[in-house]
Write a protein that binds this ligand. Structure first.
Ligand SMILES: Cc1ncc(COP(=O)(O)O)c(C=O)c1O
Length: 374
């Protein structure tokens, strides 16, 4: 059997990692400013993570959601203490797409409405509902196309008002920072106004913090830069530092009914242990403050660079839109300087490093970037 070829692969196989570094099977060292697609939050193979996971695996890796699991309760309590949403409740699942599916489904149950509004260029995942709310027809099969989803341009307040004033929408779903689109930050005034309009029209405000959350933006969630609260927040990626996990947190106004949401694997013993280890390390090592500080350093060093058309983002979620003559730089960073970065289209480099990136490692990137664009 061969693999179903839906990924364009780099000819590199990382086999070992530590902190912000990975090594390939030939022993070549790479600086990881990609974080395995924004997934590695506390760094590769953190010793606290490895020891907690190993210990739990030796006790019980999995049972079922039909029995009590105090690790889930511990995680909910801990998360509520650090994320500014202590009075919300937690539902655990396995991925980002699944988190958004549950968020949109819950909004629809709650309001009795069937439509969802999403932003232009949004990416919310690849399962049916999530891909329908993703503004990229090339990844929607005919099965996924639905009149129940409409799109509104990011940061266009008049368009948002017009859509939501119909009171047809169960939810407005928006990324804390648009990632796949190439790092586009919602204006704080837009988010504040969206909060107001959702209140006035009975629309559930869903913040997709799957890529931008968990400290990446320099606050626990990116939308907290705007000082607003969502009704539902979806998370995945960094929550498990590589162990597949998704979650939504849900405002107290939502009524839970038995059976309305469910999953076999979600919130299993290993996933919750991974999530507890991540929060422990984030707190003990002040990783959110580090993301803010090292991110600010990177932005400062890149500001006004001759190779850059536009620089966007905050914390360790940075989009570098290159001028045309520098397209191809991402591959050169990888193959000539051994630095992994993310991409968006062919002209945006996305920096999504683990939150433990040091200033020296950031400086290493800047030196390489300058050398390749000299
Ligand atoms: C903002 C956002 N939402 C949802 C998803 C989907 O997450 P997953 O791939 O875990 O299903 C992603 C993945 O890149 C994402 O960036």
């Amino acid at each position: 059997m061969d693999l179903f070829k839906t990924y364009k692969l780099w000819p590199i196989e990382p086999v070992k990692g530590l902190g912000c570094k990975v090594w390939d099977k030939n022993g070549v060292e790479y600086l990881d400013l990609y974080g395995g697609h924004a997934v590695i939050s506390i760094g590769h193979c953190h010793p606290v993570y490895v020891s907690m996971m190993t210990e739990q695996l030796g006790k019980l890796g999995f049972y079922s959601n039909a029995v009590e699991n105090s690790l889930q309760v511990q995680f909910a309590e801990k998360l509520g203490k650090v994320n500014g949403y202590d009075d919300y409740s937690l539902f655990l699942c396995n991925s980002g797409a699944e988190a958004n599916e549950n968020a949109m489904k819950l909004a629809s149950f709650h309001t009795g409405r069937s439509k969802v509004l999403a932003c232009g260029k949004a990416f919310h995942g690849r399962t049916s509902g999530a891909v329908a709310a993703t503004d990229n027809p090339s990844i929607q099969a005919p099965f996924n196309k639905t009149p129940n989803v409409e799109f509104t341009p990011l940061n266009d307040l008049d368009a948002l008002k017009k859509h939501l004033s119909t009171k047809e929408f169960a939810a407005f779903i928006i990324e804390g920072i648009q990632g796949v689109a190439g790092i586009h930050v919602p204006a704080p005034e837009y988010l504040k106004a969206a909060r107001e309009i959702c209140n006035q029209t009975g629309t559930v405000l869903i913040l997709d913090e799957i890529q931008s959350g968990y400290g990446r933006s320099g606050k626990f969630y990116a939308h907290q830069h705007a000082g607003i609260k969502a009704d539902i927040v979806s998370m995945a990626k960094g929550i498990g530092n590589g162990f597949p996990m998704g979650a939504i947190i849900i405002s107290p106004q939502f009524e839970a009914k038995y059976g309305m949401l469910g999953t076999t694997f979600g919130g299993n013993h290993l996933a919750c242990t991974a999530a507890l280890a991540v929060l422990k390390v984030i707190e003990e090592e002040n990783l959110i403050e580090n993301a803010a500080k090292v991110g600010a350093y990177l932005l400062d060093q890149l500001k006004g660079h001759k190779a850059i058309k536009e620089l966007r983002g905050t914390g360790l979620m940075i989009g570098i839109e290159l001028k045309d003559e520098y397209i191809g730089l991402r591959d050169r960073l990888l193959f000539e300087k051994h630095i992994f970065t993310g991409g968006a289209g062919n002209n945006v480099i996305r920096l999504l490093s683990p939150l433990c990136l040091t200033k020296d490692q950031a400086a290493q990137f800047i030196t390489s970037f300058n050398e390749l664009t000299a």
